[in-house]
Design a protein around this ligand. Structure first.
Ligand code: ADP
Length: 248
């Protein structure tokens, strides 16, 4: 069983757009509770890889498994979102006119629509979860602030909190510290280290100081497949990696 002990397993995945191979025999596996960083030059295929995992893009070939039993290629994007894979895009998308608390509450009711959820009362375990998430995302005490009045970094944390309300097994995050202050970046690293172990995380990021704080294993994508993998020091001293970053 190739997928044993993995939360996410990709093997020989390929996808072409108009004859151009955006993903070319990509293989990747992520262990439960792992925090993996993905780096690579523009056009390496990072976004397309995330799109394949979430079911937004269908590969032409290959295997994509979630855990050891779920073949993600047999599921729709909506089904994949429901099975515990949360994705966060680069720009925060919180409800600015609602409070922090209301945003988190809404995240429990994503499929029921905004209006219905306003009248929905939290069950006690959901209340406990909300309090726990507020603490994790550094917003305990700020639950009654309007999301629109939060800093850029706090909005990013709130959106991560909205994903956490669903207790995802796997979180996919696209450039989570882009646009953050240095202090917010450090606190985001703390947040990710808290999440690790309880969730698996795949983080696409360019900020090497952030990566150094959070990641044991870094995967370098280039031309749609894995160019190198190892610690940040290992991949940064790899000549092929240096060439793709500097030589193009
Ligand atoms: P990255 O996120 O690493 O910058 P992408 O996954 O966005 O890379 O893109 C990989 C390659 O695939 C790029 O050359 C991009 O132009 C191409 N590509 C991505 N999506 C599409 C699409 N929908 N149609 C055509 N080409 C695409």
């Amino acid at each position: 069983d190739l997928t044993h002990g993995r939360i996410l397993y990709l093997e020989d995945v390929s996808v072409s757009f108009d004859g151009f191979k955006a993903i070319n025999k990509l293989s990747l596996d992520i262990a439960p509770g792992e925090l993996r960083c993905i780096i690579g030059p523009n056009g390496a295929g990072k976004t397309t890889m995330m799109d394949i995992i979430t079911g937004k893009t269908r590969p032409d070939a290959g295997t994509v498994y979630f855990g050891s039993t779920i073949d993600l290629l047999r599921h729709t994007e909506a089904e994949i979102a429901q099975m515990g894979i949360g994705r966060k895009f680069q720009k925060p998308t919180v409800f600015e006119q609602l409070t922090v608390f209301e945003n988190l509450e809404l995240a429990l009711k994503t499929d029921k629509g905004v209006k219905a959820s306003m009248f929905f009362r939290l069950r006690s375990e959901q209340g406990d979860r909300l309090a726990h998430v507020l603490h994790t995302i550094h917003l305990a005490g700020s639950e009654h602030r309007l999301a629109g009045n939060l800093s850029h970094g706090q909005k990013q944390w709130l959106e991560i909190g909205m994903l956490l309300m669903q207790d995802p097994k796997l979180l996919l995050l696209d450039e989570p510290v882009a646009g953050m202050t240095d202090e917010e970046t450090v606190r985001t690293a703390e947040l990710f280290l808290t999440l690790k172990g309880q969730h698996s995380l795949v983080v696409v990021e360019h900020d090497m100081s952030f990566i150094r704080r959070i990641c044991e294993v870094v995967t370098v994508l280039c031309d749609g497949s894995v160019l190198a993998q190892g610690t940040l020091d290992e991949v940064q001293s790899d000549e092929r990696v240096i060439e793709v970053y500097l030589g193009r």
